[in-house]
Design a protein around this ligand. Sequence first.
Ligand code: NAP
Length: 309
Amino acid sequence: MKIISVVNGPKNISAIVQGCMRMPALSKEDAAKVIRTAYDCGINFYDHATCYGENGEAETRFAEAFPLTGIKREDIFIQSKCGLCFDRNEFDWTKENILQSVDDSLRRLNIEYLDALLLHRPDVLYDPEDVADAFNILEHAGKVRHFGVSNLVPMQIELLKKYVKQPLVFNQVQLSLEQSQLIDQALYMNNKTTEFSVNRDGNALDYCRLHDITIQAWSPLQIGMFGGTFIDNPDFPELNKALEKIAEREGASKTAVAIAWILRHPAKMQAIIGTMNPEHIKDACKAADVNLSHHDWYELYLAAGKYLP
Ligand SMILES: NC(=O)c1ccc[n+]([C@@H]2O[C@H](COP(=O)([O-])OP(=O)(O)OC[C@H]3O[C@@H](n4cnc5c(N)ncnc54)[C@H](OP(=O)(O)O)[C@@H]3O)[C@@H](O)[C@H]2O)c1
């Protein structure tokens, strides 16, 4: 496994993260297999959110399963996210909601502290001083060790940073070979003949690199948001051909190569995988051993339907 350390943040964390969004569908025995398989493959970082499953069921299932794994709490990093309230159809970054969400996550996960708390999606109505208060209380109480955000553009992070005294060390955003907007707009800069040039994120990638914020790439295999995977998908023949060619050479799966494409980027990102299939977890974790050359990286990018301007 590739291990990274975050400036001002956690050290020795795995570059591949096990996402737990799909865990509510599992029995506690199957959830234990997922947690243990990921751990045996070198993953030491698990991603949650208060909105994964009804009433935070992903966190509940994780806690039910965890004692069956034989893993020690202190040997893993547990992250959760708050502020996305599907049940109420709103985003909520009020102090009350942040504090309540963390208490709920800790209770459901049956742990004393979160290694990281991310604000999930921007609440337009939030008051940064309110967030700052909440973070201070959580840090002081030892309930949260590191803080970050998800799906935020640089100016939103700048505004938060004016008030929040804790370093914001993660920005969890969507990135895959199929959803590569984070990278596209820089390549096609200022080109009005293609929509690849549209700057949708305020240069979040370069901003995060400049400010030592580690990008966590969510849904590294997904088409759109919930469109299924492009792996083995007949709608993506060129991409699958290019993945297969490198996979054969590297003795790895196409999944591993697709995730290696993210890890190859010099920004030292994490990739958050979502499969609940232990064999697919093993496949994905081989990404850390795939050696992608400079040329391979571009070849995959182009096979995903892009061109060089
Ligand atoms: N911050 C945010 O806004 C946000 C949003 C969405 C997700 N997330 C995080 O990102 C995590 C991952 O999301 P995701 O589940 O959408 O990501 P993903 O890992 O890109 O997609 C998982 C899909 O890929 C399939 N897959 C995996 N390995 C495969 C293989 N070897 N062959 C064929 N299909 C394969 C899975 O099917 P199988 O189940 O059959 O393996 C599943 O349908 C979530 O758990 C969550 O933690 C964050």
